[in-house]
Design a protein around this ligand. Structure first.
Ligand code: GLC
Ligand code: GLC
Length: 817
């Protein structure tokens, strides 16, 4: 069952009922000012950091689930015997609407609704170059007679620090302050501006108003929620000026619309910073100059339409970097629109703010951000470059790294510390992807601090050496890399041994153990060790490349021996040197991660182990909704394994379908030339396919979720934690570089698709190092293999289109077979 449809021409998902199984959200903002907005107008706004600079309040863990947003109320008093109050997004009043449609587009959302022949159209977006959210609200009277209406706006301010805001009431209920100007048209939220803050927020409408409120209790009534504001029921705002308690911004506009008439209003929610020495225009009166400038930039429809056009042009240009046209419309829509869009959202948000990540917890994950980079480096290489430097700056001199860092301060987060032994290698992954994409070797020579201390800086290449050496020098009894607190699987805590509730699996116990080893990190070392060697070669250091390859060889051998279980790769050795993920185990006999990652790294391909490992995945882990992370699920808590066994069977890392690692297996299948199977895996978790059973999947059908409940779970097939997941980046890598087969190498683009037999011919435009590649692939029913490759009319040998400085257009014809 579906709750809407894709409108590919408009790059929108159209939701046709407000009653989706979960809130279906969108992200607004591209640089520093962001909003989350659901299909019922729920959500919140922040500047740069969802924890520290939150503009509007949201209540996670609320009932109903999606409560608090930026709402508009329409009160229709045309027929005094039948007055109605409704919202264009249905919530919070939930009056049944005669018509409802929400369109989530690239950086904007629209709502079109009607009730009793009054139509409301709300367009909301964050413009490219300002720290504000604009809502353009158009009310149309479609009645045969004139209509008497009142429009009320509503936003609830957050007192900036979202964490403190929901805890520290003894202080916060006394600090709220506002200013009101122009009879209520503009409301200034200035809590804490009198002391250490130099920023405030505004909510403004480009019209005279008939009333306003800035005290929540005055507007709602002390015993009401946003679903039944007193002021709206009475039809009159109280002109309250908040003093402490909970400041809000609400404006009332009364309207008399003739039959067929419409009126448009523009609301601006903005963030303003003033210089420290220019905070006030008079004692206790904030300096409003920059606010007035912002307001005047968007106070008419033409200006708003131009700002929206600019936003659309930005996305069009961005997405033109990789564009496919095939006979499969689902693949086209994911590749051209939604998968890349989600990659950009993960660039902006990492794992901080979604409807499942509260914005007050995790900052930027070291491994997460390095992997996200794989999905957006072709879109915004300059920003990827800066991101790599930021991430590397939180590394320690021994190569280990802070597991997380704060986006605002860019400093490592000492609450969680380090000890996740996969982290260092992801830095090589991200850097290598950047250099292959751009050819920019200068980044490797950039001086980068350790733990933000410039006095101990090394070049980025020096950092990568530390990463490489960290793994090479932290090995266990089988010659496999030590796991530390955990590897990619945060929940495989082999040195933790936690016995008491409340202890964090992530930080409890020693961060190191001399015994527990990870076969997954071994796979990473083989893959990224080789990529490190290639970077060394590019810098002319062949001795280092040789040394690296010799180290890689040792780990390769350990993986195919101690890391091999007979039919699949072992997952790990625990602190007692017992196997994890082996037929010897009672539960958790096979894990997905080493099968996918070792094979995509090329381990066991020649020896025939790779074929066996992937066969085992198909037999033991596959379901119709995707591949589970392990089987059989843990039914008991295992002290020696940690959090992985803490989840009920079928959820999260305990045998859930963890979407992030499904593309690893799909990529692994392409390494073996299995186009049918690779694509089959791709389809199972792909939103455009999943859309068909949205009532089971529950999360948004236009983006990936972190997890889908596995076969052992009661709600098999149900998605959770949508949007902020490494699945976006890895799937884009899989479909664009391995299945469609356009892979950036240091010497140029390589063309080597691996598609299902019935995929058909396709054409693809790829921008790369300033040139445009127009590639057409004739499939000839083959799953893999190029028999002829011509570039600008000339046949070339091999798969790599040699990059030639100065050539701006490449016409490429690839014949498979
Ligand atoms: C979450 C984390 C990620 C981790 C994964 C598996 O998605 O953000 O860092 O690799 O879970 O545990
Ligand atoms: C929990 C989650 C895991 C996530 C981690 C991040 O362990 O199960 O998915 O990676 O928290 O802190």
């Amino acid at each position: 069952m579906k709750y809407g449809f894709f409108d590919d021409a408009a790059c929108e998902y159209v939701i046709t009922t407000p009653k989706t199984p979960l809130p279906w959200i969108n992200y607004l903002g591209n640089k520093e000012f962001f909003s989350l907005i659901s299909n019922t107008c729920g959500g919140y706004t922040f500047y740069k950091d969802a924890k520290l600079l939150r503009l509007t309040r949201y209540r996670y863990n609320n009932v109903p689930y999606d409560n608090n947003g930026k709402y508009f109320y329409i009160k229709d008093t045309t027929d005094s015997a039948n007055e109605t109050i409704w919202n264009p997004g249905w919530q919070p009043v939930k009056t049944a609407l005669d018509k409802y449609e929400c369109r989530h587009g690239l950086g904007y959302s629209t709502f079109t609704s009607s009730k009793n022949d009054v139509e409301a159209k709300v367009l909301t977006f964050v413009p490219m170059n300002d720290n504000c959210e604009i809502s353009k609200v158009t009310i149309t009277n479609n009645k045969a007679t004139s209509a008497k209406l009142s429009l009320f706006s509503y936003v609830e301010w957050c007192l900036w620090n979202a964490d403190d805001d929901m805890k520290n009431f003894q202080r916060n209920l006394s600090t709220g302050e506002v200013e009101v100007t122009d009879g209520g048209s503009t409301i200034y939220h200035k809590t804490e501006y009198r002391e250490r803050r130099n920023h405030y927020a505004i909510y403004s409408v480009n019209s005279k108003v008939d009333g306003f409120d800035t005290s929540r209790d005055a507007f709602l009534g002390a015993y009401n929620g946003p679903d039944s504001p007193d002021a709206v029921a009475v039809g009159k705002c109280t002109n309250s000026v908040a003093s402490g308690w909970s400041p809000i911004a609400s404006q009332q506009i009364n309207l008399e619309l003739a039959a067929g008439e419409s009126k448009t209003f523009i609301f601006i929610l903005g963030y303003i910073e003033n210089p420290e020495d220019d905070k006030w225009e008079a004692p206790s009166v904030v300096n409003k100059k920059p606010a007035l400038k912002m307001i005047s930039s968007y106070n008419n429809e033409a200006a708003v339409d131009a700002a929206l056009a600019e936003l659309k042009a930005y996305w069009k240009e961005l997405l033109s970097n990789y564009h496919i046209s095939s006979s499969n419309e689902k693949v086209d829509r994911m590749v051209n629109i939604w998968n890349q869009y989600q990659c950009m959202v993960t660039f902006n948000m990492s794992r901080s703010a979604s409807y499942y990540e509260s914005g007050i917890g995790r900052g930027m994950g070291f491994r997460d951000s390095c992997q996200d980079l794989l999905g957006f480096v072709h879109l915004i290489p300059d920003r990827a470059r800066q991101r790599i430097i930021d991430i590397a700056s939180t590394q320690f001199q021994d190569g280990s790294a802070y597991h997380q860092y704060q986006p605002l301060t860019k400093k490592g987060n000492s609450d969680i510390g380090s000890g996740f032994n996969d982290d260092p290698l992801w830095l090589i992954a991200g850097t290598s992807a950047y250099v292959r994409e751009t050819g920019d070797l200068s980044i490797l020579k950039e001086m980068v601090p350790f733990d933000n201390d410039m006095s101990v800086a090394k070049t980025l290449m020096g950092h990568l050496k530390c990463s490489f050496d960290f793994t090479a020098t932290h090995k266990g009894p089988h010659g496999l890399p030590l796991i530390g607190r955990a590897d990619w699987n945060d929940c495989l805590n082999l040195n933790c041994f936690s016995e008491h509730p409340g202890e964090s699996f992530q930080t409890f116990g020693p961060s190191e153990g001399p015994v527990a080893e990870s076969v997954f990190i071994a796979g990473m070392f083989v893959k990224y060790g080789e990529e490190y060697a290639q970077l060394a070669e590019l810098l002319g250091d062949t001795a280092e490349a040789e040394r690296a390859r010799a180290e890689v060889k040792k780990v390769y051998e350990a993986t195919t021996t101690a890391g091999w279980d007979g039919e699949w790769f072992v997952r790990a050795y625990d602190a007692n040197s017992n196997k994890v993920g082996s037929k010897e185990c009672e539960e958790g006999q096979i894990y997905i991660e080493p099968q996918g990652f070792c094979v995509l790294a090329g381990i066991g391909v020649e020896e025939g182990l790779a074929e066996k490992a992937l066969k085992s995945v198909e037999e033991k882990l596959d379901t119709k909704y995707g591949i589970m992370i392990l089987q059989p699920a843990y039914t008991k808590y295992h002290l020696e394994l940690g959090e992985v066994s803490s989840y009920p069977p079928g959820y999260k890392e305990n045998a859930g379908i963890f979407c992030h690692n499904n593309p690893w297996v799909s990529i692994a299948e392409t390494v073996l030339g299995h186009g049918n199977r690779a694509f089959d895996i791709y389809k199972k978790t792909c939103p455009a396919y999943v859309e068909e059973f949205s009532e089971i999947h529950a999360t948004e059908p236009y983006v990936y979720s972190q997890m889908v409940a596995g076969r052992d779970a009661k709600f098999h097939g149900q998605g959770k934690n949508s949007w902020l997941t490494g699945t976006a980046a890895w799937t884009f890598v899989n479909i664009s570089q391995y299945i469609l087969g356009v892979y950036p190498t240091h010497n140029g683009l390589s063309i080597n698709p691996c598609v299902p037999e019935d995929f058909g011919d396709f054409t693809l435009t790829r921008k790369y190092r300033g040139a445009t590649y127009n590639i057409s692939v004739k499939q000839n029913g083959a799953q893999k293999g190029i028999k002829k490759l011509t570039v600008n009319g000339k046949e070339i040998s091999g798969n790599i289109i040699p990059y030639e400085e100065g050539v701006k257009e490449y016409t490429v014809v690839a014949e498979m077979g």
